[in-house]
Write a protein that binds this ligand. Structure first.
Ligand code: FES
Length: 170
């Protein structure tokens, strides 16, 4: 049988199948192409993180603070938990230390009665201002860059070239 425009039934179904295939292919392929070719969203991983309320800090009493940071892993953005030891060294100065010992990266802790940080792995002692007092650690504790926003303490990343202590209220 021949359709009114001269295309046979077989030809009509063949074209209809091709058109349907093109429609489905376009429906799936175009969004996939846009996803692959478009630049990822401009979320800036590794920026400043709101870590804590400064009013919770007591003078020269270190606090271990937990916060979440955005990290880029290929095309994925992941939030990961981080910690820092935050110390109000004076009424006008706050520092945030990386939680890893500068010897081999163990987690250290604050010993209240001794008034120093102690790494249990190879017994390095750090003073409250992060300096090595004894043990194998080759350098003082690494500091996160910090800044304040009202009463909030913001913590940056270790590798960003920012000030590593802040004047409170600045
Ligand atoms: S890792 Fe801390 S003293 Fe060795």
């Amino acid at each position: 049988m021949v359709a009114s425009n001269g295309i046979g039934r077989r030809g009509f179904f063949g074209r209809a199948t091709q058109a349907l295939g093109a429609l489905i292919g376009g429906g799936l392929g175009i969004p996939a192409l846009i996803y692959l070719l478009k630049a990822p969203k401009s979320v800036s991983p590794g920026g400043w993180v709101d870590a804590m309320d400064l009013n919770l800090l007591k003078l020269r009493s270190p606090e271990e603070v937990t916060f979440r940071r955005l990290r880029k892993d290929g095309w994925k953005l992941i939030t990961e938990k981080s910690t820092a030891w935050v110390v109000k060294l004076s009424d006008s100065e706050v520092v945030a230390y990386s939680p890893q010992c500068t010897h081999l990266g163990c987690a250290y802790r604050w010993e209240e009665d001794k008034g120093e940080f102690i790494c249990p792995c190879h017994t390095t002692n750090f003073s409250i201002d992060g300096n090595v007092m004894g043990g194998p650690a080759p350098r003082p504790l690494d500091r996160f860059p910090v800044k304040t926003q009202g009463t909030r303490l913001l913590i940056g990343t270790i590798d960003s070239a920012q000030p590593t202590k802040t004047k409170m209220g600045a």
